[in-house]
Design a protein around this ligand. Structure first.
Ligand code: UTP
Length: 287
């Protein structure tokens, strides 16, 4: 079974649900406590053994590239001021030189199209996709948990979670055969079905391990829900030709792509931090 060495981070979306914050700033640079969303997912991928980090960016996203570069003046100043710890903290999460690769999605035609834009960089090997606006608070990073499942079953593995039946029209939904409580065998995938048509209430979340055959299906550029080129539709075409599983991960998923989810994520992540938790709880109680 081929190892998963590469991860794709689609970051070319317009972030319209979070306007005006995202008018001049990438959604993926919004900050949870003290680091941008994109840093959390890159750290998650690194912890899962990913070696190559592929960003699919677009216009107005250059601050993302700067975040994963050396900040020469800043680092020189910190060094002259003997801020050793701060300097170390800046370097700890940076992938090594040459391991971050950028390509552009020239128009935001949908998640499937963004992933397709990375096809030549991924090549003919399995790869991970992480959506930066979804964070998972967990002891073991979500992608690492999925790598464990992939090592057993191979093929395609999607992170999944149960959602209320009346919310299926917000998510990609799985049709399933076997379900051992954790791992489910996927027999179908539908993007944003009406609750009355939904085959289950198990949703796709923003972590995927995919076989490269998905690129062939994406190259047909078929439009799906919302007139976008949907990753879900291309993945559905791989069912039957490869093992296909969903995995109910351990952890709490936070959708940071809209204001309420973003605020909740800030609270949840801050409450995990020893230096912030007590004062924040006090403040929330007063509020
Ligand atoms: P979202 O649908 O959450 O992001 O896509 P969006 O389209 O930017 O947000 P809204 O709906 O307008 O508020 C999940 C991830 O996929 C990327 C986004 O940047 C985000 O990180 N994406 C989405 C692309 O890279 N290209 C696209 O065409 C669409």
């Amino acid at each position: 079974m081929d190892t998963v060495r590469k991860a794709v981070f689609p970051v070319a979306g317009l972030g319209t649900r979070f306007l005006p914050a995202t008018k001049a700033m990438p959604k993926e640079m919004l900050t949870i406590v003290d680091r941008p969303l994109i840093q959390y997912v890159v750290e998650e991928a690194k912890a899962a053994g990913i070696e190559e980090f592929i960003f699919v960016t677009g216009r107005g996203k250059s601050s993302l590239e700067d975040h994963f570069d050396m900040a020469y003046e800043l680092e020189d100043t910190l060094s002259k001021r003997d801020k050793v710890q701060q300097l170390e903290d800046l370097h700890a999460w940076l992938p090594d030189a040459g391991h971050v690769i950028y390509t552009r999605q020239q128009a935001p035609l949908g998640l499937g199209h963004a992933v397709w834009c990375a096809r030549h960089i991924v090549g003919n090997e399995p790869f991970a996709v992480l959506l930066p606006d979804e964070l998972v608070l967990s002891d073991t990073p979500c992608l690492k948990q999925m790598m464990g499942v992939y090592a057993q079953v191979g093929g395609n593995v999607l992170a999944t979670m149960d959602v209320p039946k009346d919310q299926t029209n917000r998510y990609g939904i799985l049709a399933i055969a076997k379900d051992d409580g954790r791992k489910v065998e996927v027999t179908g995938l539908v993007e944003k079905p009406d609750p009355s048509d939904a085959p289950s209430n198990l949703s796709i979340t923003g972590r995927y391990i995919l076989q490269p055959e998905v690129f062939g299906h994406l190259s047909k550029k078929e439009r799906g829900a919302g007139n976008e080129i949907q990753l879900t539709d291309a993945m559905a075409k791989m069912i039957g030709s490869h093992p296909f599983h969903g995995y109910r991960f351990d952890g709490e998923r936070h959708d940071c792509g809209h204001a309420l989810g973003f605020l909740k994520a800030n609270m949840a992540f801050a409450l995990q931090r020893d230096e912030l938790a007590a004062d924040l709880k006090e403040f929330l109680k007063d509020l």
